[in-house]
Ligand binder design. Sequence first.
Ligand code: AMP
Ligand code: ZN
Length: 113
Amino acid sequence: MSCLFCRIVAEEIPADLVYSDEQVIAFRDINPQAPTHILLIPREHIPTVNDITDEQSPLVGHMVVVAKKIAKKLGFDDQGYRLVFNCNEHGGQEVYHLHLHLLGGRPMQWPPG
Ligand code: AMP
Ligand code: ZN
């Protein structure tokens, strides 16, 4: 299995897990870009946003709902946070297993780089 995040799902590579259920897991980014930087990933391998099927819409919705619950649990939901999917080269995607970045704990800039 060559996909890094599939290996984290399979527990072949350790990660600092903050949430897990039958559909998704969430863990702390190894190179955090904010005081809290968490990645939410489906257990199922989906390479990019471009590969999400209509049938997988509930799964992606679940990722967003889990993200907002984590933000609430960590106490920065009211102050706010950013959710990001990077897609392909121009989006800055480096790991080709779908992931939702949850960034919180500081004000974010706009526009992004
Ligand atoms: P992206 O550029 O959207 O593909 O984001 C990939 C993210 O995965 C980056 O923020 C990396 O810091 C993060 N990352 C890479 N390897 C690991 C790892 N082993 N554990 C946690 N996060 C990782
Ligand atoms: Zn994968």
